[in-house]
Design a protein around this ligand. Sequence first.
Ligand code: SF4
Ligand code: SF4
Length: 59
Amino acid sequence: MYRITEECVSCGTCHSVCPAKAIKIGFPYVITNKCTDCGRCAEVCPVDAIVPGDEKKDT
Ligand code: SF4
Ligand code: SF4
């Protein structure tokens, strides 16, 4: 599951591209356990704030 680091500037781009609607709006944005590891959000983030995480489930 991917996660969002403190680099996030809350631009909303990842939220609009996530096919699983796994990203919650906030400061910073948060990826929930609906994430299917497609990697799309990481590709579009303008500040590279989205990184691959471990398999443990965060809520
Ligand atoms: Fe959504 Fe894919 Fe990013 Fe997971 S990796 S949060 S499913 S866009
Ligand atoms: Fe934050 Fe990157 Fe998502 Fe924008 S695309 S809201 S900077 S994680």
